[in-house]
Design a protein around this ligand. Structure first.
Ligand code: NAD
Length: 267
């Protein structure tokens, strides 16, 4: 087996995935990128140096494509120490305005994609255990359900549940399982619209609500720590940390806030 550690990152062509790629590459790791966006991965690879990366165009919703991508990655890297199950899309708005297609797409990418990734990665992570890690990108939306975020929250609560289940299930194999729970992070995701019924970008709504936007490097730092430290869930950003605290110690207050907050998205 190769000496050099290796991480595979879905959504590696943008935002949080790119920041995680840069962080691990700086620490000397080989980085595999998986994304539907070839151009995004090219940009990430150019920042790292193509000799330290491999790129794999695939859709996390396709189970067979996962096996192909991971086999091609391991043919180059020689091993996989971490899977960052990170690709995901936003959706917001009231449950009544979300279309069937929007709901299905979000559930498939954010939830099914994560389950398929875990399944495909398990044999490879087992070979590098103990110490190997499945790192799932959940969200602060997986801490407390927010008004206007039911579908997204469903997926991120799901990712949180998958993380807790596999932390138990894979303990016997020596594989660590962790989740990142960021609040609003400065990535291209914030420049998307939350659903087809509006032209307003998520970023505008976050700003209007007075909440902070956290630099993406903080998520990369948390990712590095999550892989190396013994804590299951990693809230990132002031809002995520305060929701985590309040949901635990002041649930009545959080509920009251959410009931007054229909304008906000569930990120
Ligand atoms: P981003 O839009 O910058 O990057 C997402 C990447 O995933 C893109 O490169 C996109 O091409 C890729 N992708 C989308 N669908 C895919 C598919 N079906 N198969 C493969 N790749 C696909 O977004 P980001 O902010 O970096 O988000 C990354 C993760 O972080 C997501 O799971 C998101 O839900 C989560 N998150 C983001 C924020 C935030 O505020 N930005 C907060 C909490 C959680």
């Amino acid at each position: 087996m190769s000496e050099r550690k290796a991480i595979f990152i879905t959504g590696g062509g943008s935002g949080i995935g790119r920041a995680i790629a840069l962080k691990f590459a700086q620490q000397g790791w080989f980085v595999g990128l998986g994304d539907i966006s070839e151009s995004g991965m090219k940009e990430t690879a150019a920042l790292i140096g193509t000799e330290h990366t491999s790129s794999h165009v695939f859709d996390v919703r396709e189970r067979a494509a996962w096996d192909e991508a991971l086999d091609a990655f391991i043919a180059k890297s020689g091993r996989m120490d971490v899977l960052a199950n990170n690709a995901g899309i936003p959706i917001g708005g009231s449950i009544i305005e979300n279309s069937e297609d929007e709901i299905t797409r979000c559930l498939d990418i954010n939830l099914k994609g994560v389950l398929f990734g875990a399944q495909a990665a398990h044999p490879h992570l087992k070979k590098t255990a103990p110490g190997s890690c499945l790192l799932n990108t959940a969200s602060a939306a997986g801490i407390y359900g927010s008004a206007g975020g039911s579908v997204y929250c469903a997926t991120k609560f799901g990712v949180r549940g998958i993380t807790e289940s596999l932390d138990g299930e894979w303990a016997v194999d020596g594989i660590k399982v962790r989740s990142l729970m960021p609040s609003f992070i400065d990535t291209p995701l914030l420049d998307m619209v939350p659903n087809a019924g509006t032209n307003e970008h998520i970023r505008n709504r976050v700003k209007a609500s007075g909440l902070e936007i956290t630099p993406v490097e903080e998520v990369a730092e948390a990712a590095w720590r999550a892989v190396h430290e013994d804590k299951l869930h990693w809230p990132v950003g002031k809002t995520a940390k305060s929701i985590a605290f309040a949901a635990r110690w002041m649930p009545g207050r959080v509920r009251k806030q959410m009931r007054g907050q229909m304008q906000l998205l569930g990120e």
